[in-house]
Design a protein around this ligand. Structure first.
Ligand code: SAH
Length: 342
């Protein structure tokens, strides 16, 4: 599929297809603009027929808009799979939250993305396609990019699809493509330690975010199966190595679940664990998932939790919740649609 190709690879494609080089450039630019084959005006029909089977056929199936302006897109691929992407408007611009896999095999107890397991990985171009389609929807063009920030926090575990996610980062930051700055990309992981070290070697300027959610390995194992493989200590170790290599401040996500990870002891352990480390903690009130019987703490409790961390000199804030009325949390909307499909 042609969205997987870098600019240089596209020129090679043109060569293999016996096309003049500028045709490769035109195809690359059309894909970067989020155009369908029909919408391209500067390519003859015969050539369109020649590239049709390789041209991207991802598309926006449905859009749900929240009262707060957050939009959720259902994006489909030609094999019938669907993923969710979320668009959030902030003062400084637009952030898109992209999915990296169809479903997920990490099995976190509070997360809807993993309820049906992993269907398949997304290719680099399929991840990119989500951003290109949304940028186009916003009226953006290549010269006037609307999307400012990208977070890999949709469905899937990005580091479980390592090669494709890295290729995606290369594509979306390429000058001829969307040209998003690496500094404006965040990758969120449940903590695959070996892959965090691999990522550090890439020396990207992206932000690493860790879904921590617990302060003891025992508790973490109860809600995140990956904790059976890697301990919190190993994860923090990998974060420190990542920081030493890239100089990028690490972010931790901590979803507050009533009676599970919200005690005074948790505050103490969290602050001891992170003391002196250049990091920030995002406290997220749990977005309850019907299929799971976990209850989120209230916003007020979240503020108190963050405040107590601040008192212990740990930088922490409460994440704004957005799009709650449109099943905003990971994988919730896709599940609803799959259910309705029967
Ligand atoms: N697999 C990656 C990225 C996807 S999840 C990861 O684990 O980080 C993105 C973030 O949303 C994670 O921090 C995840 O723990 C959180 N999340 C998932 N379901 C949630 C829910 N129901 N309420 C609040 N946060 C949730």
């Amino acid at each position: 599929m042609l969205a997987d190709y870098s600019y240089d690879e596209m020129k090679l494609y043109a060569k293999v297809k016996n096309l003049p080089l500028f045709r490769g450039e035109q195809i690359f630019d059309a894909i970067s603009a989020g155009k369908t084959l029909d919408e391209i005006t500067n390519i003859p029909k015969a050539l369109k027929e020649q590239i049709e089977e390789d041209y991207p056929r991802y598309k926006i199936e449905e859009v749900f808009e929240s009262k707060d302006g957050t939009k959720k897109y259902i994006i489909s691929y030609p094999d019938g799979n669907i993923v969710e992407s979320v668009l959030m408007k902030y003062k400084y611009g637009y952030t898109v939250c992209l999915s990296t896999q169809v479903g997920c095999r990490m099995g976190c107890k509070f997360c809807a993305s993993t309820l049906n397991g992993l269907a398949r990985n997304l290719s680099a171009g399929e991840i990119l396609g989500q951003a290109l389609l949304i940028n186009r929807e916003l009226g953006g063009s290549k010269k006037n990019r609307m999307i400012t920030n990208i977070v890999l926090m949709g469905s899937g575990e990005p580091l479980d699809n390592f090669e494709n996610v890295c290729k995606f980062i290369d594509l979306v930051t390429s000058q001829r493509g969307l040209n998003v700055s690496q500094r404006n990309i965040s990758l969120s992981t449940c903590g695959l330690v070996d892959k965090i070290d691999e990522l550090a070697k890439k020396n990207y300027n992206i932000t690493l975010t860790i879904s921590l959610h617990s302060t003891t390995d025992e508790r973490r194992k109860e809600i995140m199966p990956i904790a059976n493989k890697f301990s919190i200590k190993e994860i923090i170790g990998a974060c420190k190595r990542y920081y030493d290599k890239t100089g990028r401040r690490i972010y931790f996500e901590y979803t507050l679940i009533k009676g599970v990870n919200d005690s005074e002891q948790d505050i103490l352990r969290l602050s001891n664990m992170l003391k002196g480390f250049n990091c920030h903690v995002n406290i997220i009130p749990l977005n309850s998932v019907k299929e799971r019987n976990l209850i989120g703490s209230s916003r007020l409790e979240a503020y108190k939790f963050a405040e107590k961390l601040n008192e212990k000199k740990i930088s922490a804030t409460v994440r704004r919740t957005m799009g709650e009325d449109i099943e905003g949390a990971c994988g919730q909307l896709r599940n609803k649609i799959l259910k309705n499909r029967g």
